[in-house]
Design a protein. Structure first.
Length: 241
């Protein structure tokens, strides 16, 4: 795994010297395209049926799409707004914390349900071996998560991102929207450590769920960490072609 991490660091160095990164117009164009695809895939994983083109129509052209529920439309609009908030916080060099994460969730849930509030009910994850903690256990676990997060994986931003996502969604502190929130705070950690944000595609869903469940049940983070590493490497390789 260390060889892959070293490979990623080398790719990042090459990218930072590349014309794409150093052209404000070209890099802005890439980021705009990434945001639409990221929003589409992150909401599609959770069951949103909007196509990539429909997401583009809503977000860029600001035109509503017929035959789709208001919830699905709010989900993609809210996701872009939440990602913009993430980028704003990172640009302001704010370290990820509980307040920021609750704000992310609040934005994601706008016009859907009350966001930014931890659950007081029991929840289940369909198809997973892991069972999220009961509310009283959850409050203790989320408190420990925020208390210890600043000490985790200081020398490896990719592993920190994988841990942040994996542990947060294991605790499942919100009634709904835990997956989208977890992917956003994962990218928050990547951006904060000078990596590109990544996109977990709907086509990767089975591997994504399996590697997360492995961590949740056995404590083995390596399969999920490797998945995030591979996606990061792929991201840089595609941009350097």
């Amino acid at each position: 795994m260390e060889a892959k991490y070293s490979m990623l660091l080398n790719l990042r160095q090459k990218f930072l010297a590349n014309n794409l990164y150093n052209s404000s117009y070209a890099f802005k164009n890439y980021l705009e395209a990434f945001e639409i695809e990221y929003t589409h895939e992150s909401t599609a994983i959770e069951g949103n049926t909007l196509t990539l083109q429909e997401v583009k129509t809503i977000l860029d052209d600001r035109i509503s799409v017929g035959g789709k529920s208001l919830r699905e439309i709010y989900e993609v609009v809210n996701h872009r707004n939440a990602f913009n908030y993430v980028k704003e916080c990172v640009d302001n060099k704010r370290r990820l914390d509980e307040e920021i994460t609750k704000n992310i969730h609040h934005i994601l849930m706008s016009n859907i349900l009350t966001g930014g509030v931890y659950r007081n009910i029991r929840v289940w994850i369909k198809g997973a071996r892991h069972k999220p903690p009961l509310p009283n256990e959850m409050y203790s676990q989320i408190k420990d998560f925020w208390a210890t997060l600043p000490t985790k994986y200081k020398e490896n931003g990719i592993k920190l991102a994988a841990y942040t996502h994996g542990e947060f969604v294991k605790i499942h502190p919100f009634e709904d929207g835990n997956g989208r929130t977890s992917r956003l705070i994962m990218n928050y950690q990547l951006l904060s450590n000078n990596f590109l944000a990544i996109n977990i595609r709907k086509s990767d869903r089975l591997k994504y769920y399996e590697t997360l469940d492995e961590y949740h049940v056995t404590g083995n983070l390596e399969p999920f960490y490797e998945m995030i590493l591979d996606l990061s490497i792929e991201q840089y390789q595609n941009l350097l072609k």
